[in-house]
Design a protein. Structure first.
Length: 164
């Protein structure tokens, strides 16, 4: 099942196949991105981007794998050094408008671990003003001011944490 969030509105479309989804949104520019939630001990990394809580992520470079792209984006956006992928969590799809063009973005999300190396530094040129590790008990703070697709990633992480 594939869900697409439309301009961060509760309205969502559901498709049985990725091909069906791509056909429906063929008038959109397609972008692939990757990122993830980094765990340090019992806390998880979140960022504030353009006033909303978010998870570090960014567009994949030509020929770059989602895994390497996700790690690169986390390092660039937050200053976390060499996070290690624990597991793939989920892929999300959402649409938005950028410079008058409709965009469909597929984001590959990972759960990563952190050694504690590197100073947290927000990448301000990307609109990131704050980087913080939060315990799971503080996830409501993030959920109160974030995107629906980010909530999907958090839901998947919490399912996995409950199984541990």
């Amino acid at each position: 099942m594939y869900k697409v969030f439309i301009d961060n509105l509760p309205k969502k479309f559901e498709f049985k196949t990725e091909k069906e989804l791509l056909t429906e949104f063929s008038d959109h520019q397609f972008i692939e991105a990757a990122g993830g939630i980094v765990q340090r001990k019992k806390s998880f990394l979140f960022i504030k981007r353009n006033g909303l809580w978010d998870i570090p992520k960014g567009k994949l470079e030509k020929g770059e794998s989602p895994e390497l792209g996700g790690i690169r984006e986390i390092e660039e956006e937050c200053g976390v050094m060499a996070p290690q992928i624990i597991k793939h969590l989920i892929d999300t799809w959402h649409t938005y408008e950028y410079k008058g063009k409709k965009v469909l973005k597929k984001t590959y999300w990972y759960w990563l671990s952190d050694s504690g190396e590197g100073k947290l530094v927000p990448q301000t040129e990307e609109g990131i003003t704050h980087v913080e590790f939060l315990e799971e008990s503080n996830f409501a703070k993030v959920r109160a001011n974030t995107y629906l697709s980010i909530e999907e990633v958090m839901d998947e992480l919490q399912k996995r944490l409950a199984k541990k």
